[in-house]
Write a new protein. Structure first.
Length: 506
């Protein structure tokens, strides 16, 4: 994605990014009651203190059964326009949201704009504040190529996306960076989305060379540090080439992948499990038990008519709205967590961008936050807090163990989890982006009148109460549960188009 912190105005009034018109204005103030109420729910489910701080929680052992997947946020910081006041507001938002994991970016091109001349002033203040004052676990990625070392130096707008002239200089920079911040940071991701030419104009072989040099520099400087393979935009064949053809496995501890299905990709969000499985298969076949992160995943609150992007058109009227972003967040996180393959997740991003700021890509980039630019919470912030509170203990996905009874050609999708304490969570909805079932209306304003009732058989004897939640944590008792010595039957769970049902059975 869409690294906003490099969409900066360049010398001589040149810019490296483009923008479009037609951005919708913020049309309503968010209802904040849920945002603060969720804090109480977090205490109910998880307690109010921080748990499992540090970097060890970000590596998943392949033989672990129950695992708690940390879920954080992403944020980019243009050094030229970010102030300490903005940073502190971000940190306070994280604190009030119960978030202590944050993916950020260090700009090689910004910090070392001249060879061997480093400008650390912004990052010295930022890192100390985030880690020492707010207890944030930072997981940065590092890129892009400074103009003085770019093979495309003559391309004054896009020099940063070209491979370096001298690859060893990336190692020199990584040694300086890691040495300076190793006290606070123990994870280093080496580049970002190299599978698309907007961010890397070299080949997979070129990228492998860069990662090997960067990895050696990180490990020589801080043997305790985690080395992360650059986050994949979507092209899994690129990752396969890195492992199979270029022997990248010994140089990385984590494989990071990104996902924006239904925003910048036509696939339905339900296909995210297949995406994760494909990456896991690559690691299985050619790797060495690397952990997998989805440390950039999101869904925008922007559209013009039916158009969301060049790759996705909305069909229903609720798609890419504030309320539906919250629903999408909960089901997207549930889908990823249910794979039993994920070690950490980070939602992109903390807050929206100024509507006049240049961005790489389209206007979705300005409207991905769980908060507005002024840090007022969108509904998605409440959904994120509720997800983290509900999934606060180690758990495992049990979707394949469930039996669903539903109508023929059902649109329903269900994922299930078993908590370490024996309770079960079910998350269910009607699929939104099933292109085969869409009609001819291309306005993007179709009313979703679908409704289904499904039964779910859980092969567990559950004797406690059942509670039905919305994505924001609004709770009602659920009475349609039948129990026996061998199983629990959830009867007549009602699913409606554009909504989500979250059931917790003790």
């Amino acid at each position: 994605m869409q690294n906003i912190d490099y969409c900066l105005e360049q010398q001589n009034d040149r810019t490296r990014c483009s923008s479009r018109d037609g951005i919708p204005e913020r049309t309503k103030e968010p209802d904040m009651k849920y945002f603060f109420a969720i804090i109480g729910l977090a205490c109910l489910f998880a307690g109010c203190g921080r748990q499992h701080s540090g970097y060890d929680r970000l590596l998943r052992s392949p033989d672990v059964l129950f695992y708690h997947v940390p879920v954080g946020l992403c944020e980019d910081y243009p050094e030229e326009t970010t102030t300490l006041k903005i940073i502190r507001k971000d940190m306070e938002f994280l604190r009030h949201s119960g978030i202590d994991l944050l993916r950020i970016s260090f700009g090689w091109d910004a910090i070392e704009s001249e060879r061997d001349q480093y400008d650390w002033h912004f990052w010295d203040d930022y890192v100390r504040m985030a880690v020492e004052e707010y207890g944030i676990t930072l997981i940065p990625y590092v890129c892009y190529t400074p103009q003085w070392n770019s093979t495309g130096a003559q391309d004054t707008l896009n020099f940063w996306s070209y491979p370096p002239v001298d690859y060893e200089q990336f190692g020199v920079f990584m040694r300086a960076l890691v040495s300076r911040y190793s006290r606070w940071i123990k994870s280093w991701e080496l580049w970002n989305e190299p599978d698309i030419s907007a961010y890397w104009r070299g080949s997979a072989a070129d990228l492998a060379r860069l990662v090997r040099i960067g990895s050696n520099a990180v490990r020589e400087t801080d043997p305790e540090a985690i080395v992360v393979l650059p986050g994949l935009a979507h092209r899994t064949e690129f990752t396969r080439e890195l492992f199979r053809d270029h022997g990248i496995s010994p140089f990385v501890d984590v494989v990071n992948i990104h996902n924006y299905f239904e925003t910048w990709h036509p696939s339905p969000v339900e296909a995210i499990a297949d995406y994760v499985d494909e990456i896991a298969a690559i690691v299985h076949d050619y790797g060495d038990h690397q952990s997998i992160w989805m440390a950039e995943v999101g869904y925008s609150t922007w559209r013009v008519g039916a158009r969301v992007s060049d790759h996705y058109q909305a069909y229903y009227d609720y798609e890419h709205t504030l309320d539906y972003q919250a629903i999408d967040l909960f089901k997207r996180l549930s889908l990823v967590a249910a794979t039993n393959k994920m070690a950490a997740i980070a939602w992109y991003e903390l807050k929206d961008l100024p509507q006049v700021e240049d961005v790489i890509g389209d206007n979705n980039n300005r409207n991905l936050g769980v908060a507005y630019l002024d840090h007022a919470a969108k509904p998605a912030a409440g959904a994120l807090m509720f997800f983290n509170s509900l999934f606060s203990q180690p758990y495992r996905g049990i979707t394949t163990e469930l039996t669903m009874r539903r109508q023929p050609e059902s649109d329903s999708h269900v994922v299930g989890f078993e908590n370490e304490d024996g309770s079960v969570i079910l998350v269910a909805w009607l699929r939104t982006a099933d292109v085969q079932k869409r009609g001819d209306d291309v306005s993007g304003e179709v009313k979703d009148l679908r409704q289904e009732k499904i039964d779910i058989v859980i092969p567990r004897a559950l004797s406690g109460t059942a509670t039905l939640y919305t994505e924001l944590g609004d709770a009602t008792a659920y009475e349609q549960v039948e129990r026996s010595a061998a199983e629990t039957l959830v009867r007549d769970l009602t699913l409606e188009g554009g909504k989500i049902a979250i059931l917790h059975i003790q």
